[in-house]
Design a protein around this ligand. Structure first.
Ligand code: SAM
Ligand code: SF4
Length: 467
């Protein structure tokens, strides 16, 4: 039996509002000093983050954008990790007012993948070159821990051509500690739970029915995951439900809470904006719609606020915004995504009716990879840290001088090279090889260069999965 103890709400609404109230119209000098603290690898304090959020002059905002770019370049370099979402089932007993899967929505077609469907979907993704997936589930008794663990195992078992899925992350409802243990045993990477809004009153309105209406149970969802031994957890807020500045502060408070309790903050932070969803009127005009300008501002502030954390930008956003926001410190994006349940492997004309919302960037993986290469990034499918038992890889990149140059950059290049050999169109291959040549020639340590070239040769001779 599960005994529920009283949980303390660590989101102090009044304190957050005071921070935001007391830091209005900051001087550029003040911003400069805060950005410098972040570049010196410090996680920022609430008052500092409120100050950055309140920057309103062109000059002050430019300092923040430039700081975020500099931090990304200095600590993480130009790698972008790629993944795809795989929706397992859209049944749901909650009624989140912004979501196409909400229980009272009669327009959505409900579907849950069978194990055979799942295998076919995973094969379709592997055959396009994916190595990292996030499995996504509605909240429903069918999607319990045993089911989630079985779907994870199924995905890992799929082999297609030269490829396989090497890291499976999860976005699902919060669980109890023993249930998280079952899911962990199946070998998951990150467990993601978005709080949606950190503002309790708004939370109540947005989640009128079902288990998700319990704000605190969800707020402590990732505490339980960490108690169960899942080291990599992902937090997020759904932007558009409440004031964006408040939500960024909420993400920061959540980070600080995890740091204080477990000695380490979240592995990733996500910042989805509300997208239109079928049969879901609130999504046509979200109550606190975030403009593109404010969106860029908030991503740059999150980058500076928590320098050790991976930032995820999804294909909800349109192509041009993705391109711009990428520069501000994003480390992972999804590409070639399709969020209709079962839609990777079938030409389903009704796929949109099985989708949670609509996507802004529906380009195939190959096209996204080509654009990344042309823009000077190294697309990466690397999963080395996680498979070597090094969880919290962003933390290593951040904390250990030289880690990125010695491990991350060469591994990113190897997985990119693998992709180009096995899956790329001729145009993408050409752009990608050119990018790899540039990247290798910029490596200043001869021993790293030599090892990397040897590994590339082994890949060319047919070996795979080298790191
Ligand atoms: N059902 C689980 C839950 O709610 O935690 C799993 C995740 S749900 C399928 C994935 C995420 O999609 C939600 O946490 C929410 O932030 C986001 N989402 C829901 N409706 C959305 C919409 N209309 N536009 C953009 N994102 C949305
Ligand atoms: Fe269900 Fe998750 Fe959608 Fe809420 S956000 S209705 S819990 S799928």
């Amino acid at each position: 039996m599960v005994v529920k103890t009283e949980l303390k709400n660590f989101i102090d609404v009044e304190e957050i509002q005071n921070h935001l109230e007391n830091t209005k119209e900051p001087e550029p000098k003040k911003i400069e000093a805060i950005v410098q603290r972040s570049l010196d690898k410090n996680r920022l304090e609430p008052e500092e983050v409120a100050t950055l959020l309140n920057a309103s002059s062109y000059e002050a905002k430019e300092l923040i954008f430039e700081g975020a770019k500099e931090l990304k370049q200095r600590i993480y370099g130009n790698r972008i990790v790629l993944f795809a979402p795989l929706y397992i089932g859209n049944k749901c007993i909650n009624d989140c007012v912004y979501c196409g899967f909400r229980s009272s929505n009669r327009e959505v077609l409900r579907k849950t993948l069978s194990m055979n469907d799942l295998e076919t979907e995973a094969k379709a993704l592997v055959s396009r070159g994916h190595k990292r997936l996030i499995l996504v589930y509605g909240e429903h008794p069918l999607y319990n821990a045993d089911f989630i663990a079985a779907t994870v195992r199924k995905v890992y078992s799929v082999k297609e051509g030269n490829g396989e899925i090497r890291r499976v992350n999860i976005n699902a409802a919060p669980l109890e500690v023993d249930d998280y243990k079952k899911v962990k045993e199946a070998g998951i990477g990150t467990y993601q739970i978005f709080q949606e809004t950190y503002h309790p009153e708004t939370y109540k309105k947005m989640h009128p029915r079902g288990p998700k209406s319990d704000f605190l149970y969800r707020l402590y969802g990732l505490d339980r995951a960490m108690e169960a031994g899942i080291d990599d957890v992902g937090i997020g807020a759904l932007f558009g439900l409440y004031d964006w500045k408040f939500e960024v502060m909420g993400l920061l408070y959540h980070t600080i809470h995890l740091e204080e309790r477990f000695g380490v903050g979240p592995h990733t932070i996500s910042f989805p904006r509300i997208e239109p969803a079928i049969g879901t009127p609130i999504t046509e005009q979200p109550p606190y719609q975030v403009s593109d300008e404010d969106f860029k501002h908030l991503v740059a502030v999150i980058r500076l606020a928590v320098p050790y954390t991976g930032l995820i930008l999804t294909a909800r956003e349109p192509i041009e915004i993705r391109r711009e926001v990428l520069k501000l410190g994003v480390s992972q994006i999804d590409a070639g995504s399709n969020i209709g349940v079962g839609a990777y492997s079938t030409e389903d004309k009704e796929a949109y009716r099985k989708s949670q919302f609509s996507l802004g960037d529906t380009r195939p993986l190959d096209v996204v990879i080509r654009e990344l290469a042309e823009d000077g990034y190294v697309p990466s499918f690397c999963t080395a840290c996680y498979r070597l038992g090094r969880t919290g890889e962003h933390f290593m990149e951040f904390a250990i001088p030289g880690f990125v140059k010695r491990f991350c950059q060469p591994n990113a290049i190897l997985t990119f090279f693998e992709y180009l050999n096995d899956y790329a169109s001729s145009e993408t291959r050409e752009a990608g090889l050119e990018r790899i040549r540039e990247e290798i020639s910029s490596i200043d340590k001869p021993e790293i260069k030599e090892t990397l070239l040897k590994y590339c040769e082994r890949l060319e001779n047919g070996e795979r999965d080298l790191y």
